[in-house]
Write a protein that binds this ligand. Structure first.
Ligand code: BG6
Length: 503
């Protein structure tokens, strides 16, 4: 794999939580394994005046807490490449100073004019910062990649955090604004779920084996569940969350990305362009949900309170009578030859029974059941089930039917399990680290294309618009903390004779 190019990572919103809890610990981990470019600098931009040393000291505390295997010696070496620039990103005059500081870092650090801008600021600032970057002429070689001619060209790329837009129209507008300044191949729409090992491992599972792909379709698969459940509530993020909700926060972004890896056709090659072309087609194939279908295809909920935490509607910062969903379960159909007739159930919620992210591929029962009269410890022959756990454990489980040793003939369902940590003896890395390295080497495979984002929004818009009002009525406190969501979510499955995988 190509070494990442020398560069300066310029973080706008450097005082934020994301920088301290995720970005810096992830970069430190990359440094600890020797994966960072030899010439590398981080320049944090934020309003509060601070020296480089003061910022390094602050970050050391959070890196110690959040990075795996913190080593003070490695940190000291790494911290030398961390710098701070005090300035208000909303003010044009700030950018002259920023340009000078970047030039200085190039001279001192050999970073060759390569810039990776990271927008970790409030989304309403994205467009204006991009415009200021352009006006300050900080993008000089946006079209060029170092890989084309490493000695001659510098590059400037931009990483945009989620939420990417608030709806289909605002996402398209943000895409246009970015496109006026950066080429598509310099725009990196980040989704930390794409940095989770198991999401990429889907490609290997599906396309490096012969036993799954031939049956990976509507003829053999009854349905697919993609779930991300959390035990925590919205905490102190109500200002953000009440205008967002589970569909925007989790489904449009993270879960539709996982969905795309399950649904996509084999790419022609394992390159970013080919992978993303197939993912775009997968998300575009989601059938638009009609107004009449919303009631039977969506269950929305809000958590009630308990001794630990108040109900969602009682949190400070939540609008009175808010109908923002903290839980959503959607039934989606994919209109293509592979998946016609196989529904996809996508579910996410806060304050649920377990913290878990997983894909459940439920195969059909055997076409001819020879064992109808045979005792089965679980009641009856079940369809095979492949459970791909993404978090908190990275493991894959395959359920199949087996004879119970002894007589008389009895059947039981058994499971084979592969636990990736144990199997390979490696702990998963913080997702941001490998993603940042990819951006430094110009690899967009695990970043979202403009069309994926816009198609994802198009797919969820029916569940967010006026047509969803009926589904939102009476959602206040309609599920108990520690449960699996509103009872209606179970009915969404049981009405078709299916059930959520909650074990
Ligand atoms: C974030 C959402 O993108 O993902 C949060 O904004 C959510 O609401 C988080 O808690 C979940 O991420 P993970 O990696 O813990 O599953």
């Amino acid at each position: 794999m190509r070494k990442p190019d020398p560069c300066v990572l310029v973080i706008f919103g450097a005082s934020g939580d994301l920088t301290a809890r995720k970005l810096i610990p992830a970069l430190y981990e990359m440094r600890a394994v020797g994966a960072l470019p030899s010439s590398f600098r981080v320049l944090g931009v934020s309003r509060r005046p601070k020296t480089d040393d003061a910022w390094r000291d602050e970050l050391a505390v959070s890196a110690r807490e959040h990075a795996k295997r913190f080593d003070a010696g490695v940190w000291r070496e790494f911290a030398k490449c961390i710098h701070y620039f005090a300035g208000d990103a909303a003010r044009p005059e700030m950018y002259d100073g920023l340009r000078e500081r970047l030039a200085q870092l190039d001279t001192d650090g050999g970073t060759r004019g390569n810039r990776l801008f990271y927008l970790s600021v409030a989304p309403e600032l994205y467009e204006s910062i991009v415009q200021r970057i352009d006006e300050a002429e900080l993008v000089t070689e946006g079209k060029r990649w170092c890989s084309i001619d490493p000695s001659a060209r510098s590059w400037q790329r931009i990483i945009i955090e989620k939420p990417f837009g608030h709806d289909e129209a605002s996402a398209a507008s943000l895409n246009r604004s970015l496109g006026r300044v950066f080429e598509e191949e310099a725009i990196y729409r980040i989704d930390h779920y794409l940095g989770k090992e198991v999401v990429q491992a889907m490609l290997v599972l599906r396309f490096a084996n012969t036993m799954f792909e031939p049956i990976w379709n509507h003829r053999y698969i009854d349905h697919v569940q993609i779930s991300a459940s959390e035990t925590v509530g919205v905490g102190n993020r109500t200002a953000f969350y009440d205008g967002t909700g589970a569909i925007r926060d989790m489904i449009q972004s993270h879960l539709l990305q996982i969905f795309a890896f399950v649904v996509m056709e084999p790419p022609a090659t394992i390159t970013a362009d080919d992978i993303r072309a197939e993912k775009i087609k997968a998300v575009r194939a989601i059938r638009p949900t009609t107004a009449e279908d919303i009631a039977s295809h969506a269950v929305l909920g809000q958590y009630a309170g308990d001794a630990q935490e108040g109900a969602y509607v009682d949190h400070e910062g939540v609008a009175k009578g808010s109908t923002t969903e903290t839980f959503a379960a959607l039934k989606l159909h994919v209109d293509n030859w592979r998946w016609a007739g196989t529904p996809f159930f996508v579910r996410s919620g806060k304050r649920l029974a377990k913290k878990r992210t997983e894909i459940v591929v439920q195969f059909k029962r055997p076409a001819a059941n020879l064992f109808r009269g045979t005792p089965h410890t679980g009641g009856a022959v079940m369809g095979n089930r492949l459970v791909i756990e993404i978090a908190p454990f990275e493991r894959t489980r395959l359920r199949f039917e087996s004879k119970v040793p002894g007589t008389p003939l009895t059947i039981a369902s058994v499971e084979m399990q592969v636990d990736f940590d144990k199997e390979f003896g490696v702990e998963p890395l913080e997702a941001y680290g490998p993603l940042l390295l990819d951006a430094m080497r110009g690899d967009q495979s695990l970043y979202k294309h403009r069309l994926e984002v816009e198609s994802g929004w198009a797919a969820v818009m029916p569940f967010l618009g006026p047509g969803s009002m009926a589904a939102r009525q009476g959602i206040a406190s309609n599920y108990a903390p520690g449960s699996w969501g509103p009872a209606a979510a179970d009915e969404l499955m049981s009405s078709d004779g299916r059930a959520w995988h909650n074990d």
